[in-house]
Design a protein around this ligand. Structure first.
Ligand code: IPE
Ligand code: IPE
Ligand code: MG
Ligand code: MG
Ligand code: MG
Length: 285
């Protein structure tokens, strides 16, 4: 996984406009946001799903960069004063602190369109219909019925108490949708995505945000590279506020087992996906 992370780092650096290219300040801010510091969980999932499906790594690299760009854009906007108002991200000042708010807004806009540019200009599958499916998959995951919609629900729910069902509805969208897309795009580089893989993707996608909620309570800003303890301070409804740390962690563990169960039919080919389900749930940062 270390070597895939390194590969992603190089691919992202190459896919982003050069820091000296005009408008230089925007391009520098895009590179500041996207390069270094992320765990790269979504690209790792794309590679692992693609490996299972037998996809060409050169194609996976492009799909993985596209997903990571959407993810990075979502972080830059999530940190804005009008959303979570955060000053620390990936161990650095957030983009609007280091640059300014308007630049942070544009960084998000430009990273989002760059993701779709990448998907549309590379031949990521031999089947033209599947290429369109890939664009459609990422668009649905990022849009108002996916990540952006989940973020809208998150903002609306601030200060309220949500039931477990309502939390799941929100988390599946704001975080699960893009994680699922990361897995699906990896598989799509080789052919149609198997249903069992989608099931795996949905489980790790939800688990990821449940664990993010737990770590916000349990870990320090230094280990997370972002401000810890903000959810409670801002009155965000989370799995921790609704279930408490112990039951939230137990739920994440159930999702980890469910993710493993979904992979049973794939045998050894799913080794990396199993390891990633473990990382997503057992991580400390
Ligand atoms: C944080 O995502 C935001 C959520 C969707 C929970 P990550 O924990 O993947 O952040 P990076 O990419 O490693 O910084
Ligand atoms: C962010 O959720 C989800 C997206 C960015 C879509 P959080 O607000 O919990 O993420 P962190 O904790 O700031 O990384
Ligand atoms: Mg948020
Ligand atoms: Mg946030
Ligand atoms: Mg969080």
């Amino acid at each position: 996984m270390g070597s895939i992370r390194a590969r992603i780092e190089v691919a992202l650096a190459r896919s982003l406009p050069g820091a000296q290219q005009a408008p230089a300040r925007l391009h520098q801010a895009m590179r500041y946001a996207a390069l270094e510091g992320g765990k790269r969980v979504r690209p790792l999932l794309t590679f692992a799903a693609g490996e299972l499906a037998g996809a060409d790594p050169a194609r996976l690299e492009v799909a993985a960069c596209a997903v990571e760009m959407i993810h990075t854009y979502s972080l830059v906007h999530d940190d804005l004063p009008c959303m979570d108002d955060d000053r620390l991200r990936r161990n650095k000042p957030t983009v609007h602190v280091e640059y300014d708010e308007a630049t942070a807004l544009l960084v998000g806009d430009a990273l989002q369109t760059l993701a779709f540019q990448l998907l549309s200009e590379h031949a990521l599958t031999d089947d033209p219909a599947l290429r369109l499916t890939m664009v459609n998959t990422l668009a649905l995951a990022a849009g108002s019925r996916g990540m952006a919609g989940g973020q809208a629900i998150d903002l609306e729910a601030t200060g309220k108490t949500l039931s477990q069902a309502e939390l799941e509805y929100m988390h599946v969208r704001k975080t699960g949708a893009l994680i699922s897309a990361a897995v699906k795009l990896g598989a799509l580089c080789a052919g149609p995505c198997p249903a069992a893989l989608e099931q795996y993707a949905n489980r790790v996608g939800l688990a990821f945000q449940v664990v993010d909620d737990v770590l916000d309570r349990e870990a320090s800003s230094a280990t997370l590279g972002k401000t810890a303890g903000k959810d409670a301070k801002q009155g965000k409804p989370t799995y921790v506020s609704t279930l408490g740390v112990a039951r939230a962690s137990q739920f994440a563990e159930e999702l980890r087992c469910g993710a493993h169960a979904a992979l049973e039919g794939f045998g050894e080919r799913a080794l990396r996906l199993r390891q990633l389900a473990d990382f997503i749930v057992l991580r400390k940062f």
